[in-house]
Design a protein around this ligand. Structure first.
Ligand code: SAH
Length: 508
């Protein structure tokens, strides 16, 4: 069997956008991903292969995986022919033991490649607003491990040299020893008034920055309850923060927002939330599935006689995808729809049609069934209309179009089902009040969210999650379930939901 290859990929410091292009390409064609506890799980969405976490420290009740075992696993998987990605937080060779993994691979004759990542320190500089080497302030920067006990004789770090280092000091893994580190530096002659800071969860939505002086940093850290992963930054550059910070000023900073869309459609919305410093929580409450055999037989029969119709109507991106997939699978293509007038409910649906080189003849200004019916009505007299729809949804459209003189047939092209189990982590976030917002994008999603609450005995009165709905119809469904709607989109899309949340958080 041909030996595979191991790719050590730097995952960057946290913000998923900070992965390199090479890292993204390699993830896309991996057979197995072994990732460490610092790699953002959102990056795992860039691959379809199995992903396993290798924790070298105890997480919850999880087992500690020794480094030796990780090395052996990499060798074994590569020998079985796999392309293995070893995804490591930050940069693989900066305090990451990447070089030990590589040495073991080389020793075993396994081909490998190492892809750098943005290390936590540089991200902390940019995302907290320090420039480590501002030319008026520092001409050098040192990355130092805080893991070693500075009071021990055996420490390999020369604190005297560090105290007189002519530049910025950045300590990794030092939070638990902040007192010792600061004391030792002062003892060796570094002025106690030197600006100092701790940056926790750099580049992530819950980034926290505590600034102080070298002498007072330990007390400031103790008072703020910071947790790892954190970096200690010591130097004049800390004073630049007020002039250079930006990340914490974006409108969704620190906000956890639940995306209830089907999983495969969440990435765009997640990207928008991340770009505003928020944290997307994927919590699909409905799923899109293929139609069953009976429905497929019916669909195929209709697709075989598209010539009977004058109009084709789509009310979702999923409808477009499923309709054309089915057309393709049954040996036809877009030309079968060439004679038809096409209507779409909104811009996303229209974009899905455009991707198939089809222009939309009618799209309402407001993206809901009533508005679509209103736009279509003047053209409906004596027309035969086909609506490519989901297995469930409202019946407003056929009723209104029939009333306007059309003959309407419906063809179910995909199933819209409730997810049967709710993710335990999501339930915990809702219960503890850590989920700041949830977007509800249809009446069935609203009912599902109410079901999640009742099934897990979370009283609506205790709910601290803000409810953002896509439209008045969804708000009505939510209200009927007893939910308190906090904000409603004015444009009936997921972008509209995010805009409504942004507006509300900036008003607060
Ligand atoms: N290879 C990684 C470092 C691994 S050592 C890199 O290049 O970034 C783990 C230490 O990195 C943590 O103890 C912490 O000091 C630092 N670290 C990693 N991610 C961080 C983050 N998002 N914010 C602050 N510190 C981080």
């Amino acid at each position: 069997m041909k030996t595979g290859k191991v790719f050590l990929v730097g995952a960057g410091p946290g913000d998923p956008g900070l992965l390199t292009l090479r890292g993204r390409d390699i993830l896309a064609c991996a057979d197995l991903v072994l990732y460490d506890g610092l790699a953002n799980p959102l990056l795992l969405r860039l691959t379809d292969c199995p992903c396993e976490r290798t924790a070298r420290t105890q997480v919850g009740s999880g087992r500690i995986v020794p480094q030796q075992e990780i090395n052996e696993r990499l060798i074994m998987e590569a020998r079985s022919g796999k392309h293995v990605v070893r995804l490591k937080g930050g940069d693989p060779f900066i305090f990451g033991r990447g070089s030990e993994e590589v040495a073991a691979l080389k020793n075993a004759g396994i081909p490998f490649e190492v892809i750098p990542g943005i290390t936590a320190a540089t991200a902390a500089g940019e995302y907290a607003g320090f420039s480590f080497t501002h030319r008026d302030i520092a001409s050098a920067v040192a990355f130092v491990t805080g893991h070693e006990d500075p009071s021990r004789e055996a420490t390999r770090l020369d604190y005297k040299a560090l105290a007189s280092f002519p530049g910025t000091l950045v300590f990794y893994m030092g939070l638990g020893r902040v007192q010792d580190i600061c004391t030792q530096l002062v003892r060796e002659g570094k002025p106690g008034h030197t600006p100092a800071a701790v940056v926790c969860q750099a580049s992530l939505p819950h980034q926290q920055v505590v600034t102080s002086t070298l002498a007072e940093l330990p007390a400031a850290v103790a008072a703020s309850g910071l947790r790892p992963p954190s970096l200690i930054v010591i130097g004049e550059c800390v004073d630049l923060r007020s002039a250079c910070s930006w990340f914490e000023e974006r409108s969704l900073f620190g906000q956890r927002i639940g995306i209830t869309r089907p999983d495969h459609q969440s990435d765009d919305v997640a990207g928008k939330i991340v770009a505003l410093s928020g944290q997307p929580i994927m919590m699909p409450l409905i799923e899109i599935r293929a139609i069953d055999e009976e429905q497929a037989a019916k669909a195929d029969e209709v697709l075989g006689r598209l010539g009977d119709y004058q109009w084709l109507i789509f009310t979702s991106v999923n409808g477009v995808a499923a309709f054309f997939d089915r057309l393709w699978q049954t040996g036809r293509d877009a030309r079968s729809a060439g004679h038809l007038q096409i209507a779409a409910i909104g811009p996303s649906t229209a974009a899905a049609l455009k991707a198939r080189c089809l222009r939309v003849d009618i799209m309402p200004d407001s993206f809901r069934a009533e508005a679509l019916a209103e736009s279509l009505s003047p053209h409906m007299s004596g027309q035969r209309v086909l609506w490519a729809r989901a297995s469930r949804g409202r019946d407003v459209l056929p009723q209104a179009l029939t009333a306007a003189g059309a003959t309407v047939d419906e063809v179910v092209v995909y199933r819209n089902d409730d997810v049967e189990q709710f993710d335990a982590e999501v339930v915990d976030l809702v219960r503890s009040g850590a989920l700041d917002w949830v977007g509800l994008s249809s009446p069935s999603v609203a009912r599902q969210f109410a079901k999640l609450l009742s099934l897990h005995q979370i009283a609506q009165s205790s709910l601290r999650t803000g409810i953002a709905t896509i439209s008045p119809v969804t708000s009505a469904a939510a209200t009927a379930e007893g939910l308190d709607v906090a904000v409603e989109a004015t444009t009936y899309t997921w972008d509209g939901i995010i805009d409504a949340i942004v507006k509300s958080t900036t008003l607060r």
